[in-house]
Write a protein that binds this ligand. Structure first.
Ligand code: SF4
Length: 390
């Protein structure tokens, strides 16, 4: 491979990466513009190997959306509903706890909880929810709320962002989610998510959380109206904050899905685009340890290929995904652990079950059976009952 890269137009970028030098925004733009996907992928694979070795991770988790009612109407969003809509929903604390209780029987270690900006739920709903889930199982990691939800909760509680985060932390919050970053350039935000928080506000919520000792992930929604330069600018701002706080545990690029919203992009991200985006992210974000291939948006087959294009993580079992599926994702709503293990092993990596912070829980060396792995949890009565309540 080295021979081919040395004879490619990207050999200088490869040399920088091998020397441990940081690449520039101009380099990242050249990588994005290159049609030599294999060269870009090989550089990313070198960078991945140096960070993650031969391991690739996944998590046993469950998504819960407590409500899809939202006071905003982001143009790209297929998930949000108004109170007048017949398919709006909100869950009581007990209903969320029941879903968590059932998922715990499947061995999950993380709950990932987000919702719309609810028009009337009080701040105490959110702290009660966290306390009830924490009481259910002290080891369960609670990864909850996007930056815009935190701003909404701060407004509800009439507190500063730092005070709000401290109260949520005291109630049991372990990690913020990375959602809502979209694309940072303001003109793009106005075109796809008018009314949402600015890039500075998104970054400041995460900065504040990191200063409180918290950790989080971050995202980039790509493949709608943004330019490649906008993607590089987005990565630049994430890399700068990571230099400052070291609080991001992973980066999750999200492929745009265009159905049921006001931005009907004719050409959503292709496989080529998704692989190069993951690869450039790995190469440019040299201060991030983990890059996740989000199978909900990519499909497990492309996410598996992405393990050779910079990604070292396949995300999780999820069990019940709404946001991407309401936007037209055709992937299944859940992923079995067995299928993720197969995908990772076939790609030549050693699977590692991780926790919310990408720390290893179990390393499944070659040939070692996953003794606790349910071959097909979709057939589990617990899961069927659980999905029936979705
Ligand atoms: S993206 Fe989030 S904030 Fe925007 S409308 Fe949808 S749920 Fe509401």
């Amino acid at each position: 491979m080295k021979f081919f890269i040395h004879h490619s137009e990207l050999s200088d970028v490869y040399d920088k990466v091998v020397a441990g030098e940081r690449i520039s925004e101009a380099d990242a733009l050249r990588l994005f513009a290159s049609k030599d996907l294999n060269a870009v992928g090989a550089i990313a694979d070198f960078a991945r190997q140096r960070k993650a070795g031969n391991r690739a991770s996944y998590i046993l988790n469950r998504y819960i959306n407590y409500s899809n009612y939202c006071i905003l109407s982001c143009q790209f969003c297929s998930f949000a509903r108004k109170k007048r809509d017949a398919d709006g929903f909100q869950l009581s604390v007990e209903e969320v706890v029941q879903k968590a209780r059932e998922a715990l029987q499947l061995g999950i270690t993380e709950l990932h909880i987000v919702g719309g900006l609810h028009p009337s739920l009080p701040f105490s709903y959110y702290t009660d929810l966290l306390k009830a889930l924490r009481a259910l199982d002290a080891r369960l990691q609670l990864k909850c709320f996007t930056a815009i939800e935190i701003l909404h909760l701060a407004w509800l509680a009439k507190k500063t962002v730092a005070q709000t985060l401290q109260e949520l932390q005291a109630a049991g919050l372990d990690s913020l989610t990375g959602g809502g970053a979209e694309i940072f350039r303001q003109e793009v935000r106005e075109a796809i998510a008018k009314g949402k928080e600015s890039a500075a506000e998104y970054l400041d919520v995460h900065r504040t959380w990191h200063r409180l000792g918290g950790r989080s992930t971050c995202t980039m929604l790509y493949g709608h109206v943004e330019s490649l330069a906008d993607r590089v600018d987005h990565l630049r701002q994430l890399r700068a904050l990571q230099d400052e706080t070291r609080g991001f545990v992973g980066f999750v690029p999200l492929a745009y899905h265009p159905e049921n919203n006001d931005i009907p992009v004719k050409h959503p991200p292709t496989g080529f685009d998704s692989l190069r985006t993951l690869a450039v992210s790995r190469i440019y974000l040299d201060n991030f340890d983990h890059i996740t291939a989000y199978w909900v948006g990519l499909g497990l087959k492309l996410a598996q290929v992405a393990l050779s294009y910079g990604a070292d993580d396949l995300h999780g079992t999820i069990i019940e995904e709404h946001i991407f599926h309401m936007a037209g994702a055709t992937s299944p709503q859940l992923q079995t652990e067995a299928d993720m293990l197969k995908a990772i092993r076939e790609a030549g990596r050693t699977p590692v079950q991780r926790n919310t912070f990408y720390e290893p829980i179990r390393v499944l060396e070659d040939g070692q059976p996953a003794e606790t792995v349910a071959e097909n949890p979709a057939h589990s009565k617990v899961l069927e009952d659980n999905l029936a309540t979705a």
